[in-house]
Design a protein around this ligand. Sequence first.
Ligand SMILES: [Zn+2]
Length: 301
Amino acid sequence: MLVKLEKKAFGLLLYISVNTVMLLTGCSNSPQTKRHSAGGDTPGVEKGAADTVPKAVMPKKDSSHQFAWDSTSYDTSKCYIYLTFDDGPQNGTMNCYHIVKDLGIKATFFMVGMHADDRALRNIVDSIRDGYPEILLANHSFTHANNKYHYFYDHPEMAMEDFLKAQESLQVPFKIIRLPGNSAWVREGEVRASKLVKPVTLLLDSLQYNVIGWDVEWNFNHKTARPVQSVTSMLKLVEEAMNRGESHTKKHVVILSHDRMFRHPEDADSLYNFINTLKQNPRYVFETITSYPKLKTPGSN
Ligand SMILES: [Zn+2]
């Protein structure tokens, strides 16, 4: 049985760079390596780098792309998987991109504005944006709170401006945010957040933003940035989340991972195997976050 959820379509015209193919082939040795050492939640967030605001990507006028909230139909016999990659653009982003493309599935990249601080990195953001609708670019703030989460969330107006700056500089097509360092949810009729992040989530809610948390995390070693759990463990975690109905929304599981975890070929292989095994299960359907239930769409309020 299909449950129809009507989402109002809208048109947001963005332009696709005509040299996407060039960008994709040039990404594997992009210079972002230097910006992402292995430690911390956001290696590569350099102090003071917020001053180096990425120049807006100049649109090419000979092609265009339509971003729209499609009507989403949920098959109640299926389970929906939302793969999400955080903190790009960084070394590892394009490995994830190519794996997602090669396997023909869907995934969402929550990106950090200040990480896109040179042309090669901005090209990666373009590739992700242009991957729509199979690949979705979403907002993970401009500064990633400079990894000082308490200060960031204790200043909600400043934090909100930081998200708006990322929305603009990365040209994020939809109002979809993931908070740095915190799992919170803002959807139609829902604000679920810890005391620390509640003030900024309320501000974002008032601006019609959605905030997306996660259900299952593929953790990484903060010294090496390499994945902690094996593919087998991750498959079990996803299956348990589905079967126990413990995800934020039943039958919809959001998986959090980070682009940089998959920069080494053997770890990229793990990601490939993880997705490919999930894909063999006929119950599972991969979607981008725009298909998550009860998101606020333009015109829904
Ligand atoms: Zn992050």
